[in-house]
Design a binder for this molecule. Structure first.
Ligand code: ATR
Length: 281
């Protein structure tokens, strides 16, 4: 692709940033559609976040993704927020519109889109969500908005699970939401009854650790979704698969949250399969 004075610049702000797969995913999509955009990664230390975001305006950058550790702190530098970003208190996508910095959050919708791509619909489902951090909040709100039946949220720090349950009760009172701590003795029963189990904790990330769910909780007819994609098959997923459950890793969510960001910046439908291939082959 030829970069000229007309090329639109997008990218990602994070720290550290060297392992991000987003540049290859988005640049493959731009090439596929013949769009004159380039996606770059920007290593932005926490104390430089304000200067970096103000710099987007000064340089007329089309938009960026925002990742760890900036998703929450970036809000104070933006001019407008989508409903989703306001609700989650976190932004993963910024677009410069008529000189104004607008913040969005595509994580929850990206998660739901990745489920639907696997022909799974959350409507009426019994769900066990492990974790109550930023990723878990986005997933929980996405599931609640889509009409999940029952969501049990288990987190090491119980207060965070309780806070997320209270938020769900507020935005989607029809959903039966309950909180547990990870060492609650009801956890295994909850897991066995769940049709969908989601790991949104960092347990298993680049390590052989696993969330504390009894191996015999997994069975045929369940979907176990680990938001982690490195390793591609966490210990949790390997055990769930051995128990007969269908498994999914976090690559799907990564692809679909990116696809939604792509659509915000370009106004064009993202070539999802091209984006997936770019980070898996
Ligand atoms: P993210 O943006 O990826 O969600 P986060 O907001 O820091 O990151 O959330 C990390 C999640 O992993 C939290 O649910 C956290 O539990 P706490 O709220 O108790 O901190 C969970 N987590 C991280 N390390 C963990 C561990 N060793 N055991 C259990 N849960 C862990």
């Amino acid at each position: 692709m030829k970069i000229t004075s007309q090329t639109k610049i997008v990218g990602i702000l994070g720290y550290p940033i060297q392992h991000t797969l987003s540049p290859q995913m988005h640049n493959a999509a731009f090439a596929q559609l013949g769009l004159d955009y380039v996606y770059l990664s920007f290593e932005v230390k926490p104390d430089k976040l304000g200067a970096a975001v103000r710099g987007l305006k000064a340089l007329n950058i089309t938009g960026v993704n925002v990742t760890v550790p900036h998703k929450e702190r970036v809000l104070e530098y933006l001019d407008e927020l989508s409903e989703e970003a306001k609700r989650l208190g976190a932004v993963n996508t910024i677009k410069l519109k008529s000189g104004r910095l607008c913040g969005y959050n595509t994580d929850g919708e990206g998660f739901i889109a990745s489920l639907r791509a696997e022909a799974t619909d959350p409507v009426g489902k019994k769900i066990l969500l492990l974790g109550a951090g930023g990723a878990a909040r986005a997933v929980a709100v996405g599931l609640a908005n889509q009409g999940a039946g029952k969501i049990s949220i288990a987190n090491r720090t119980k207060e965070r699970a309780e806070a997320l349950v209270n938020m769900l009760k507020h935005i989607a009172p029809q959903v039966e939401a309950t909180s547990l701590s990870l060492d609650d003795n009801r956890l295994d029963k909850c897991a066995a009854e769940a049709q969908l189990i989601i790991n949104a904790t960092s347990v298993g990330l680049k390590s052989g650790a696993r969330p504390p769910i009894a191996i015999n909780s997994f069975h045929v007819g369940q979907l176990v979704y680990d938001l982690i994609y490195n390793p591609a098959k966490t210990k949790l997923l390997a055990e769930a698969e051995a128990g007969g459950a269908k498994i999914l890793n976090g690559l799907g969510m990564l692809v679909y949250q990116g696809a939604l960001s792509f659509e915000i910046w370009t106004g064009q439908q993202a070539p999802v399969e091209v984006m997936r291939d770019a980070i898996t082959t």
